[in-house]
Design a protein around this ligand. Structure first.
Ligand SMILES: NC(=O)c1ccc[n+]([C@@H]2O[C@H](COP(=O)([O-])OP(=O)(O)OC[C@H]3O[C@@H](n4cnc5c(N)ncnc54)[C@H](OP(=O)(O)O)[C@@H]3O)[C@@H](O)[C@H]2O)c1
Length: 309
């Protein structure tokens, strides 16, 4: 099969080449991939850590070529959305049927390929904050793949949504269209307290966000885009002055059991048009170096979709 292979001599560290077809285990379906989307983690850290020749990629949408031997998952011919630790940047992928959701035949599989990491992380992390109806939530890194889904899902959950981006002049209107009530330049600019935070940035933004949490509030530390450590000033973790019982919880998508219901529901929302996939770059996988470079240079602000042409 053809696949995007790690190759440090190639532009952006990947090139199209040949790789052996995957051999599915008993609980895995073989999927013919139609589109894949890129994520910051695999592009920034995965490519530099993997050996040359490796086939990376977490997100893929396609059609089941061969159903799992143990009878789990959908039948051959079913369009699906899939998540895995690697193997998405290829024509064929073997995928655990607990990490796969069925998709309606009318769906745009390019749009659907944005779901596995970005939308599923946003959905499950929002659940960690507890009910959002009538509550205030701050979402940092809101212009990114996860952030755009999080803004929409939080708004649909009935929250008052505050989106943070380093460039509100450029992205403010777009974020408001997605559902943000307010757009701010940094958590430190926030006027009032919030009940919940979904933090995609880490570093100073996490520290500033924690400072805005109200009593019993929860901050979900989902991402680390800033690549900086978190330094809390003395007293920041005191529970006095009505700020008792604030929590920071970590999050890791791939440790979640059975993602099929979440993937299927999210795919239905994107297909129905009630969730915008936030695509900021789309093209053939022949042009993957352009998308990877844009992502590494911080120019994407949304999802990059590669069509497996
Ligand atoms: N824990 C998990 O299981 C899990 C799952 C999914 C993603 N993640 C992590 O969550 C984070 C967000 O993922 P994503 O896919 O949404 O990433 P993304 O599309 O690259 O978006 C990240 C956003 O963070 C903001 N940002 C602020 N400072 C930044 C910096 N120094 N470098 C880059 N971006 C910066 C940018 O928005 P502005 O420029 O508008 O401020 C950018 O749009 C990443 O760290 C990713 O690895 C973790």
């Amino acid at each position: 099969m053809r696949a995007l292979l790690v190759d440090r001599t190639a532009p952006a560290g990947i090139r199209l080449g040949e790789a052996p077809d995957p051999l599915p285990g008993p609980h895995e379906a073989l999927v013919r991939v139609v589109a894949t989307s890129l994520n910051q983690g695999e592009v920034k850290h995965g490519v530099s850590a993997a050996p040359d020749g490796a086939v990376l990629g977490w997100d893929a949408a396609g059609v089941v070529e061969r159903a799992a031997a143990d009878g789990s998952g959908p039948a051959a011919g079913t369009p699906v959305v899939t998540l895995g630790a690697d193997g998405a940047w290829a024509e064929l992928r073997a995928v655990d049927t607990d990490l796969l959701g069925a998709v309606q035949p009318s769906a745009d599989l390019g749009a659907i390929s944005t779901i596995p990491v970005a939308a599923t992380s946003a959905l499950l992390a929002l659940r960690r904050t507890g009910p959002l109806l009538g509550r205030r939530i701050l979402i940092t890194g809101a212009t990114g793949g996860v952030g755009r889904y999080a803004v929409q899902l939080a708004r649909q959950s009935g929250a008052y949504v505050i989106a943070s981006t380093g460039d509100p002049d450029t992205h403010g209107e777009e974020l408001r269209t997605l559902g943000a009530h307010e757009v701010i330049a940094a958590p430190a600019r926030l006027a009032g307290p919030v009940d919940a935070v979904l933090d995609m940035v880490g570093g100073e933004q996490l520290v500033q966000s924690y400072d805005k949490l109200t009593e019993n509030g929860t901050l979900v530390a989902l991402g680390h885009s800033a690549g900086e450590p978190e330094h809390f000033p003395y007293g920041a973790l005191f529970g006095d002055q009505g700020r008792h019982n604030r929590a920071i919880v970590s999050f890791f998508l791939l440790s979640s059991p059975d993602l099929t219901p979440a993937l299927t529901w999210l795919a239905d929302q994107v297909t129905a048009g009630t969730l915008n996939p936030g695509i900021s770059w789309r093209g053939s996988w022949n042009e993957s170096a352009e998308a990877v470079t844009a992502m590494l240079e911080g120019r994407l602000h949304g999802k990059a979709v590669l069509d497996i042409t």
